[in-house]
Design a protein around this ligand. Structure first.
Ligand code: SF4
Length: 476
């Protein structure tokens, strides 16, 4: 998934500090590692570390990196292993002197094709990360083909397929751009005379912007010491005269699960979409429950929508320990039930002798929800009716979300009744795809490939399909 942030100051040197704050607000988009590259008008400096933003950027580091323009990244790995060399931003040094930095969110579908083309021309890669590919593509065409950076980015949009919302920094200019389909979110905000960019609006909110808007798919935002320029590729002479915008394919899973509920993206308030999903799910049922309980946190608003539509109590009956990370869950040393117990604890009063509507946002492998259903029954529930705020996940994602191999997706291997039986719920219902479409304003502008297999771009070739498998299914 990953999150990006950028800040450009007109008058002071608070950019690094503000980027750190925005990354901190987007920690949910990636916890593996993080980094900030900072420009002071002459050169670019960088600091990267494994782990969380707060630990990676103590005040001493922030002061050392103080700058008037900075970009940052929190990483959630999809391509390339968990290592500092795969941590973004990337800094690209050239023989002629200039230094550039780049950070991106998403996955590139034709990575191998483009990387091979550049390698043949003598370009070397230090990592296998998409951000570096974007950066090296831009720098190659700018430095060796004498293109402006904006033209190089627009060329990139025509050549590089897949998902990327990215920021690119020179010693004194910031560029922010989004792929033509706008898979991943990215917004730009005005804060006085300053400009901020982030993956999610919740990150901009903490800086109290005067205004903000989404960077349009196919658009480049250029921030120089003197001006801000918004250049959509359709406004350039690079495309045929009658060229039309590409149909957007925003990731619907951002709204279901990944984004923070207080974010606004793809022209939608995330919490509102989740609420609508919940009331759609409620319309599938008669009076079957006494209490609605979400699997926290991403299913909270879905469950709330269900409970309000049905007028039955909503309770946070499962308490989540937010400090349990994946690395702490070690199935090799603990029983499977114990690993879930580290993360969730049931409040028995809400379950005892109740018919429980348990709500989750999605089911991937089915292993975690199975344990949770067992836990809820162990806490005294008379019946557990599982309601899922998305259609069955049957296909892997190739655009920046780390879903496992299709063979491991439970809905790819079992019918719904078999899944119910495996999970041990008394009933199981998923949101229908046609109802999911009804929950957003512009249904045709979304990607639903993990549900229906209709990929906006062809799948990855095997050579480039380097995916890190999750050690344990993550829910919420
Ligand atoms: S395949 Fe699914 S997770 Fe991936 S971009 Fe499309 S909707 Fe999002």
């Amino acid at each position: 998934m990953c999150g990006i942030a950028a800040y450009y100051c007109r008058k002071n040197r608070d950019a690094t500090q503000n980027v750190m704050l925005m990354l901190y607000a987007q920690q949910h988009r990636g916890q593996e590692s993080c980094g900030i590259a900072a420009a002071n008008g002459h050169k670019i400096r960088i600091h990267k570390a494994m782990g969380y933003v707060k630990e990676a950027f103590p005040q001493t580091i922030l002061e050392e990196l103080s700058s008037n323009a900075a970009i940052g990244h929190v990483r959630y790995p999809t391509r390339g292993e968990a290592a500092i060399e795969n941590t973004q931003p990337y800094v690209i040094e050239t023989l002629s002197g200039p230094i550039y930095a780049v950070a991106s969110n998403g996955d590139i579908v034709n990575y191998e094709e483009i990387a091979d083309e550049l390698r043949v021309k003598g370009v070397h890669f230090a990592s296998r990360n998409d951000g570096e590919l974007l950066g090296r593509f831009i720098v190659y065409h700018h430095e060796r083909k004498d293109m402006s950076i904006v033209d190089a980015i627009h060329l990139l949009m025509r050549r590089i397929k897949g998902a990327y919302s990215a920021v690119f920094l020179t010693h004194n200019t910031l560029y922010a751009f989004r792929d033509r389909g706008g898979f991943r979110p990215m917004l730009v905000g005005n804060i006085g005379e300053d400009i901020a960019v982030a993956s999610e609006s919740c990150a901009l909110d903490i800086l109290r912007p005067d205004s903000m808007r989404e960077v349009a798919p196919g658009e480049v935002v250029v921030v120089t010491p003197h001006q801000v320029v918004y250049q959509h590729e359709l406004d350039t002479k690079l495309l045929p005269e009658n060229a039309k915008p590409v149909q957007p394919h925003h990731c619907i899973f951002e709204l279901i699960y990944f984004a923070r509920p207080d974010s606004y993206q793809f022209n939608e308030y995330v919490y509102e979409v989740r609420h609508k999903i919940g009331s759609r799910l409620a319309s599938y049922d008669d009076d079957i429950g006494d209490v609605v309980v979400p699997v926290p946190d991403s299913a909270n608003f879905i469950a709330m929508g269900y409970a309000m539509a049905k007028k039955i109590p909503f309770h946070l009956g499962l308490i989540r320990n937010h400090y349990v990370g994946r690395t702490f869950i070690r199935p090799d040393q603990y029983t499977r039930d114990e690993s879930v117990r580290q993360k969730f604890n049931p409040l028995k009063d809400f379950f005892s002798n109740k018919r429980v509507i348990l709500v989750d946002d999605s089911i991937v492998r089915g292993t975690t929800i199975r344990k949770l259903v067992r836990m809820v029954k162990g806490a005294g529930a008379r019946e557990v009716h599982l309601r899922i705020g998305s259609p069955p996940v049957k296909h892997s994602c190739y655009y920046g979300i780390d879903t496992p191999n299709p063979n491991e997706l439970i809905a790819n291997n079992m019918e719904i009744e078999q899944i119910r039986e495996y999970i041990g719920a008394d009933s199981l219902k998923y949101l229908r795809i046609e109802d999911l479409r009804e929950c957003v304003k512009t249904a045709d502008n979304f990607c639903y490939a993990c549900f229906n297999g209709n990929y906006p771009f062809p799948k990855l070739s095997t050579s480039s399909a380097i995916k890190k498998e999750l050690p344990e299914e993550e829910t919420s």
